[in-house]
Design a protein around this ligand. Sequence first.
Ligand SMILES: NC(=O)C1=CN([C@@H]2O[C@H](COP(=O)(O)OP(=O)(O)OC[C@H]3O[C@@H](n4cnc5c(N)ncnc54)[C@H](O)[C@@H]3O)[C@@H](O)[C@H]2O)C=CC1
Ligand SMILES: O=C(O)C(=O)COP(=O)(O)O
Length: 607
Amino acid sequence: MTAAAVTSCNPVLVQSRKQQGLPHSVVSWRFSPSSPFATTRAPSRATSRRASRRPLRVAAFVNPKPTVLVTDNLGEAGIDLLKRYANVDCSYDLSLEELCAKISLCDALIVTGGTKVTREVFESSGGRLRVVGRVGVGIDNVDVAAATEHGCLVVNAPTADTVAAAEHGIALLTSMARKIAQADASMKAGKWQRSTFLGVSLLGKRLAVMGFGRVGSEVARRAKGLGMNVIAHDPFAPLDRARAIGVDMVSFDEAIATTDFISLHLPLTPATSKMFNDVTFSRMKRGVRIVNVARGGVIDEEALLRALESGIVAQAALDVFTEEPPPEEDKLVRHRNVTVTPHLGASTMEAQEGVAIEIAEAVIEALKGELTATAVNAPMLSMEVISELSPYVEIAEKLGRLAVQLVSGGTGIRSVRIYYGSAREHDDLDTHYLRAMIIKGLVEPTSSVFVNLVNADFVAKQRGLRLTEEKVSLDGSPENPIEYIQVQIANVESKFASAISDSGEISVEGRLKDGKPHLTKVGSFRVDVSLEGSLLLCRQVDKPGMIGKVGSILGKENVNINYMSVGRIAPWKLAVMTIGVDEEPSREALRKIRELQDVEEFVLLKL
Ligand SMILES: NC(=O)C1=CN([C@@H]2O[C@H](COP(=O)(O)OP(=O)(O)OC[C@H]3O[C@@H](n4cnc5c(N)ncnc54)[C@H](O)[C@@H]3O)[C@@H](O)[C@H]2O)C=CC1
Ligand SMILES: O=C(O)C(=O)COP(=O)(O)O
């Protein structure tokens, strides 16, 4: 057996080979609380039992149909799709207060760039909001960090408006070069000024595409068709994409210093905010022309005004602004050498229909608990991985629950070690989902925080939980992804001393048996009990009659034993009895068991 440390609460993906290119349609979680994105707590045992006797799923019982709030104009095709699955509330132009007032009644929120989804919105949702769908690409209007903290998935619709944005970029480029907008305004004012609107040709001119992603590369492709010499700057873009289009990737400095035209296609992030400022403008070729269909905030607008006035920038064409709409008397908007459009990049009939469908599908998938390819703040796990790991999810969460209940007050939990015994190759086992469920089990019993796949690592970090994961290589068939999971809590005392392993940690181990989760080890004692209902752990002297004594106390109380096992170090020494019970025994029964002669310690654990 070898152990290899692999991750420690690290959101970076460990992609398994099987994750690549597999279909996304194997399982659905609907409203089951075990959904990776479920933000509600599991129903109480009484509720589950009641519900399981009915033909209705527990889930449907908890929440029959989700409610989706749409706060910005969304294409009919998207609304129709949503209505097949959810109650749809289209309330446009809400103030922040109105949005916050409504949000606690909604499972999903769909917005364009017109609604700011701030921290207050997540705080007001009371944990019900499970997904925010951004119609389009830019998620700079959504507080993604706050979403993650609240376990809310953010999805976008990043592909359906790419061509529209690229076409708009080219439209601005060509109309700026030929002063189309100015000439149109002049004619409409009754003038005929042929010599005033002398333009520049694009043929043979150098264009720098800043940000070579979806839109940037489509702009480059089109600009090449116009006979432009296209270079690009994007430290994160794959070189082969640029090579395929015949574009040279260059440094930022080279891009801005040597070009006649600059077209911006960057996301607005802390790194790109005001990336174009007095300093960068001063390094540009005099007479440069700039197009921005990305985000207003990547340009320092006052600096651009100064650059226009000084002649460094000859012309600008802007579709996006720091503040939208910009103030009425905005000098940039009114500048004679600036062409403006009111954020029309995605405004084609085709793109609007496309993004509406793309976002509706993504939101529905997310509400069903399925992983959507456009999730912004969740690890990318394929449905195949989720499906394969789902039998272990229950073990993971329950081991977390058991381990935390075994801790006796004091210093608090800081260090948790997780071992996964597996015959799989190390890089073929993605533990994100299981780790999230262990964190859920560790955190939820002692707090009001809801934990899911989205916020698990964040919650752990916030609570100072240091998780380390190790995969233990086992011989055998790699058919099963996992043979056992062991959760250890270090540097704590236990209310059940036998749960402390030889190496000094609280330790519980579980595995699947006949498809059912079982507890198979507590501390150094081998046990075997199904992980359902409640558990009684009892350490006693190993001698005849002990099982009968405990059993008869429970029997008198009409408490049904669903499973039991005894693990011992050696005959006639100490044994740990593990009893699974369907009903929770009364205090009196627990007292009687605790007071039995030869019972050394005893604890009741709830799953
Ligand atoms: N005006 C409009 O209506 C529309 C605007 N957009 C905006 O266009 C922009 C680009 O969209 P997509 O191409 O779909 O996004 P994308 O994510 O495919 O591409 C963005 C590219 O920028 C690069 N990048 C990020 N930080 C960078 C940095 N510091 N320096 C250089 N490159 C950097 C990334 O590596 C990526 O390749 C976004 O801001 C989006 O919101 C998109 C659609 C419509
Ligand atoms: O997709 C984007 O990022 C856009 O800017 C277009 O979005 P909007 O017109 O704000 O829905």
